[in-house]
Design a binder for this molecule. Structure first.
Ligand SMILES: NC(=O)c1ccc[n+]([C@@H]2O[C@H](COP(=O)([O-])OP(=O)(O)OC[C@H]3O[C@@H](n4cnc5c(N)ncnc54)[C@H](OP(=O)(O)O)[C@@H]3O)[C@@H](O)[C@H]2O)c1
Length: 338
């Protein structure tokens, strides 16, 4: 089988195409021909060595892939040959709360991931694909889609009519914009690009802010919400945005701590939370049952995620570089097989 491998810290140039042996299936394993893989900011962090949980040796990267079942182990009951499936980010987190055990084997960092033409995982690690999505679209579900779902509706507990602030127009934020719009939420989204903000408005954003030309964007959020602030912020910015996100949040509201595209670290003044009785809530992607709930929602709403660009398998390095340049809007995908 064909795959890519990367040593964490060797940068994008360290991404190498390799030939691997196919393994014999154990009783509960399922072999999938991968059709498409989507990239996440995390894949850039693994390449540059800044991701916290990686193994020592080389790993097949990418957590997110979709494909077709081509072989099942003798005891498999959940899938049949020909089923269209996606891998769950944490193969061991099926439902309930996260634990150190069920979140220990994330794909593409500690365990081998999806950037290969064949992947074998336990049947419990796979979920069915929404029927109306193609493989490129479905490949965006496991990390970005589930993270947005978890932040908005599981940890965030939002309901129709509530308001949410989304930072930038990367994979998680655009997934969240689409889900929030479909669920009847009020959305405010920021970007460094007016052109991207125009695209966000065509997707249904209620209001937009250019964070480059409006560096005090939290004041604009307060103006847009008549001085109240939003119910939830999807905080993907980190060090450079967290204090402004807290100031953008309504009394009693939640800041879903997701990422650090502007860097990690920094300090937090406890008073920033105390006065407004605001909550910080760490999000760690989500479970397979959240992925299945998301799939149900997508089938009912017929929603399709925004795929910015699809690269062929032999141009995986170019796909990584494209994501790194941050010109994308939504998701970047690698087509593994047609
Ligand atoms: N905790 C979790 O479970 C989890 C899951 C998924 C992702 N994450 C994290 O969430 C973050 C986003 O991931 P992603 O895959 O969506 O990334 P991505 O697609 O690479 O997002 C890149 C975008 O971030 C925006 N950005 C950069 N600096 C910004 C700033 N100072 N303020 C606002 N936006 C800024 C830019 O948007 P514009 O071009 O529009 O300016 C850029 O295009 C990453 O840190 C990732 O590690 C965490």
């Amino acid at each position: 089988m064909q795959a890519y491998q990367i040593h964490s810290g060797q940068k994008i140039a360290g991404l190498e195409r390799v030939q691997c042996e196919s393994t014999v299936l154990a009783a509960y394993e399922v072999r999938v021909r991968v059709h498409a893989v989507s990239l996440n900011y995390r894949d850039l962090m693994i390449a540059d060595g800044s991701y916290r949980s990686t193994g020592d040796g080389p790993v097949i990267p990418a957590s997110d892939g979709a494909g077709e079942v081509i072989e099942t182990g003798a005891a498999v009951t959940r899938f049949r040959i020909g089923d269209r499936v996606v891998a769950s980010f944490f193969p061991g987190w099926i439902n309930g709360a996260p634990t150190p055990q069920n979140t220990s084997g994330a794909l593409g960092a500690v365990a081998n991931g999806m950037l290969a033409d064949e992947v074998v995982l336990h049947e419990n690690a796979w979920a069915g694909m929404p029927a109306h999505l193609n493989y490129a679209e479905a490949a965006t579900l496991p990390c970005a889609g589930v993270t947005a779902w978890n932040a908005l509706f599981v940890e965030g507990g939002l309901r129709a009519g509530d308001s949410v602030l989304l930072l930038g127009t990367g994979g998680v934020s655009i997934w969240a914009l689409q889900l929030a719009k479909a669920a009847g939420l009020r959305t405010i989204i920021t970007s460094s690009s007016d052109e991207k903000l125009e695209r966000a408005r065509t997707l249904g954003a209620s209001a937009t802010i250019n964070y480059s030309s409006t560096p005090e964007w939290q004041d604009e959020v307060m103006r847009l919400t008549a001085g109240r602030g939003v119910d939830l912020v999807l905080e993907v910015g980190g060090k450079g945005t967290l204090s402004r996100s807290i100031r953008s949040t309504a009394m009693g509201g939640t800041i879903a701590i997701i990422g650090g595209v502007s860097g990690f670290g920094g300090e937090l003044d406890p008073f920033a939370l105390i006065g407004g009785a605001k909550r910080l809530s760490g999000i760690f992607v989500g479970s397979r049952s959240m992925l299945e709930d998301l799939n149900r929602f997508l089938e009912v709403t017929a929603l399709k995620p925004v795929v910015d660009r699809v690269f062929p398998f032999q141009q995986a390095r170019e796909a990584y570089s494209y994501l790194e340049q941050a010109g994308h809007f939504g998701k970047v995908v690698i087509e593994v097989a047609r």
